[in-house]
Design a protein around this ligand. Structure first.
Ligand SMILES: [Zn+2]
Length: 194
């Protein structure tokens, strides 16, 4: 058994032993909102937004981007599970700022092993074969962090399956302070349209 698997299962055993009455929680989120945020390991939405089990939906991907699949989850969240408000939370120092579609596709073409980054940029040190399949993926990297929040809020707002009365809030989480900072131009983009 891997050490990681061992650690996870033993942590879970401890969690389950102290599960209390959470087995009685209803399926729809009690506080009726959803957060779309980055998978970055430094972000803990339950902590930065004060969530307990059963409170809210948290949808995570690389960058916290409004991909088709993130929007699929947000639509289900409202349409079937009653959430009434969305948050898009990106963050400072996001890894999605550090590469382009061309860079990751090039690295993957050389090998599938983990690449390294130094002052000269990304470098592949793995053993091939890689794959050119990455050339067909839209990786949703980030150029300007504020603009990316506005773009994602706007994309959700303008999606035909997103209810116009849902407010969409756009924020950047500061990994140095733990603070959520509003992206001012996202406010207009995310305003309910009734
Ligand atoms: Zn990130």
């Amino acid at each position: 058994m891997s050490q990681t698997l061992d650690d996870v299962l033993s942590a879970n055993q401890h969690y389950a032993e102290n599960f209390g009455d959470k087995g009685a929680l209803p399926l729809p989120p009690g506080r009726r909102f959803a957060i779309l945020t980055c998978m970055d390991a430094r972000l803990d939405p339950a902590k930065y937004a004060g969530l307990a089990e059963g409170d809210a939906h948290v949808i995570r991907n690389a960058g916290g981007r409004a991909s088709d699949d993130a929007i699929r989850s947000l639509v289900i969240s409202h349409k079937l599970l009653g959430t009434l408000e969305y948050f898009v939370v990106h963050h400072s120092d996001c890894g999605m700022l550090l590469f382009s579609d061309d860079i990751i596709s090039g690295l993957l073409e050389k090998s599938l092993d983990t690449a390294v980054i130094d002052e000269n940029g990304w470098r592949d040190v793995g053993h091939g074969p890689g794959s050119a399949a990455g050339r067909y993926v839209k990786w949703l990297t980030i150029g300007d962090p504020h603009q990316a929040v506005v773009d994602d809020v706007r994309r959700i707002r303008e999606h035909p399956l997103v209810a116009p009365e849902i407010p969409i809030h756009g924020y950047i989480y500061d990994v140095k302070t733990g603070r959520l900072m509003e992206v001012p131009s996202a406010r207009e983009a995310g305003r309910p349209r009734l």
